[in-house]
Design a binder for this molecule. Sequence first.
Ligand code: HOZ
Length: 440
Amino acid sequence: MPRTTRASNSLQQRAEKLFPGGVNSPVRAFRAVGGEPRVIIRARGSKLWDADGNEYIDYVGSWGPMILGHADPEVTEAVIRAAQNGTSFGASTPAEADLAELVKAAFASIEMMRFVSSGTEATMSAIRLARAFTQRKYIVKFEGCYHGHADSLLVKAGSGVATLGIPGSAGVLDEQAQFTLALPFNSTEAVDQAFDRYKNQIAAVVVEPIVGNMGCVPPREGYLQKLRDVTRSQGSLLIFDEVMTGFRVAFGGAQELYGITPDLTTLGKIIGGGLPVGAYGGRVEIMRMIAPLGPVYQAGTLCGNPLAMAAGIATVSRLQRDRAKIYPALERNSSTLVNGVSQAARESGIDIASARVGSMFTWFFRNGSIFNYEDACKSDTARFAHFHRGMLDQGIYLPPSQFEAAFLSAAHTSADIDQTMDAARNTFKLMTSKPLSVSR
Ligand code: HOZ
C-alpha cells in the first residue's frame, strides 16, 4: 500500500532549490526508478525511518559501509568519545596507526598505506602513484566499473553514470581520458589485445575484483589470476579497488576470497564505519614514492580524521573479533534472501538473474548470466523500476538503480528477510497483474 510521502516531498522540493536535482550525489534522486526520493531522518540496525515516519528495511546500507547495521552502539560510543577530545587537528594521532594496523592484519598485500577522505581520492591517488612508479601513461579499466569521479576514471563508468545513461562526463577533456583504456570485464582476450597493442605503456590495471557498480558482477573463474599474471609479466601494477568489497565479502576482501595479491589496494566505506574515509596502500617500495618520502604528491586536511578513525577502528575491530560468526551469518542470510526472491520472481513468470558474493548482490531483470556491462545493460530497467517502487511501498529500501549492488548487514534478522520475501511476492503479483507504468 503506498505510504504517505508528504514530508519527504516537501523537504525534497526545498532541496531542489539548493542542490542540483535536490541531492548531493546523483543516484539518490531516484531518477532511474521514478517515485519520490525518501528523505531519511534516522536509522538503527537494519532499519531506516523517513521524514513521514515510514519504516524501511534497508538494503543500501549507505552503499556499503554499514556492515554492522546503523547506529551500532559500539561505533556510536567510539565516535562520541573521540568527538569529546576534538574533531580535527591537522596533525597525526595514534588512532591513525591503530586503524592502519587493523587494516594490515587483514590485507597482507598492504605493507604501508595512506588514509584519505573518500574512495574517489584513494583510487585517483593510486593511479597517480602507479604512473609515477612505472613511468608509463596508460591505465586499463573495465566498462561499468566505477572508481570514483576523478577525470581519467570517468570513462565508460558504472554507478550513477550508468544509472543516468551518461556516456562519460561533460567537462572531462579528451586529453584527460586519452590514456584510459576501457575494456569489457571478464574478457581475457580484451586484456591480451590491450597489452599487445600498448606494449610497455600500461602503468596499471585497475579493477573492482567483484564489480558493485554495474550491479553485482563477480569475476569468472581464473579472471583475476589472469589479470595478476599479465600485469606481473608486463611490468604493470595491479590495483584492486576494494572500496566496496574490502571487509565486506571476507575480512580480507576479495583478495582473500580469490587468493590474489594485488600491488596496490584502495579501500573506503567499511574502514570508515559510516564516516568519510578512503585508503590506498601496497608494497613498501611503491608507497615510499609518496610525499614526503618521494615525489608523488597527495595531501588533505581531513585525511586520518579522528572521528572517522574512531568509527573505523570500532567497526573493523568488531569484524576481527566476531569474524567467525559474522561472515557465515551474512552468507546464510544473503543466500536465503537472494534465492527466495529469485524463486518468487520465476514463479510469477518474471525473468530474473541474481548475482551475489557474500552480502553484496543484485537482482537483474533479465534471463541468463551477467558477465559484463553489456550483459547488465540488457536488463529490463522499467521492470526494475516497477519492482523498486513496489518494494518501497511495502517498506523495503533497495538501491534506486539496476546498476548498483545491494548490501545486507549483520543487523538484518530472519524476520527482516521473511518480510522482504513476502514484499517481493506481493510486488511480483502486482507486476504481473498490472501493466507497467513508469512515472519519472
Ligand atoms: N555512486 C554511489 C554508489 N556506488 C552512490 C553514492 C551515494 O549516493 O551516496
